[in-house]
Design a binder for this molecule. Sequence first.
Ligand code: PLP
Length: 412
Amino acid sequence: MHMPAEGRAWEDVRAEMISRGTGDVAWRDGKTAVYIFNAGEDVHALQHEAYGMFMAENGLGPLAFPSLAQMEKDVISMALGLLGGPEGSTGAITSGGTDSITMAMKTARDFARAKSRSQGNHNIVIPRSGHLAFHKAAMLMDIEIRSVPLKTDGSYEADPAAMAAAIDANTIMMVGSAPNFPHGIIDPIAELGKVAEEKDVWLHVDACVGGYFAPFARMNGVAVPDFDFAIPAVKSMSADLHKYGYCAKGASTVLFRSAELYKHMPFTLSDWSGAPMKTPTLAGTRPGGAISAAWAVMNVLGVSGYREKQGLVCQTRQRIEDGVKALGFEVLGRPLLGLIAFRHPDADTLALYSAMRHRGWFTSFTVEPPSLHLMLSPKHAEVADDYLRDLAECLDAVRVGDAGPKVEARYS
Ligand SMILES: *Cc1c(COP(=O)(O)O)cnc(C)c1O
């Protein structure tokens, strides 16, 4: 496309955008279970309006926009309240989980340098199920990734003993997930905490997808094991607002046990031609709308709103769990939150995945072991029965080799 020489009418452009969108997954119908967190039209409208109110403002300028600075403080304080943050704990809003994880790693590295723990050849020790974002950040910072196999007992949990064995004097961080993305399983964070204490290593909990879910599941009576700052060895956490926080995209939180740790995060520069600058996160300009939308959604939903939504998601996960088991699927480990992965002993996963895609179900999948993967939203309560019915039919079709062509299962 070349830029039009003369501007086009907005009605035209708008119509074209709507028409382009018709080629996308029809996520509003609830048949998408990855990328989208559908908490209903009312939350969507709220995100939209609250984002628009501060869309032009810039979180980079706390002096110019004390409104955003205070909203960010409030969001961090609400986050720490939910995640066991002790007195003096702190953090920042970032653009997403990848930003939060990158900044946590940068902070841990600079902390290690300041403590002269290790000056080079840094490594981090993560479970094999740890998110791609750690690999990306490690690549950016020239940090070695030590990816440690999971336990082999069918729990799909990180293996604390194996992780301990991978740690050496150059290890600047170890990681547990709450939960991990591929299996939806919460790692044994308390045991990882013991390892971190013994080895004197920074423990980061990646609660990107669980940070705004697990606390409410626990309030609803789900037996969620300790996974947050309640464990003294946990130095930092990542928790995404734009996932189960049901906030507008472009918002996550990175949290630290103390200001002493946090101080290694912000980047400042006064030795250049321009005015002295301070950027707390990876971003320079920080979209005010992402901050204001997060603040608004958290205030409007409140604890009771989140409890209700996460309760619905847990119920739906349980219905799907029961339904797929009745069809002969094995559920990987014991999922407690909104993610679930399952496989069938005598059906090819990719064939099943493809057959479901042909019926309009857009989901992720897990590779180790090959499994179907769902990340559920409140909306899925309405379509769980349809999903199970389609899955039963697709299973039959796959078994008789009549499921249609396989889709390309890369980068889902
Ligand atoms: C989504 C996710 C991330 C990365 O977050 P983005 O917002 O996509 O950058 C990291 N870890 C886990 C467990 C996640 O689910």
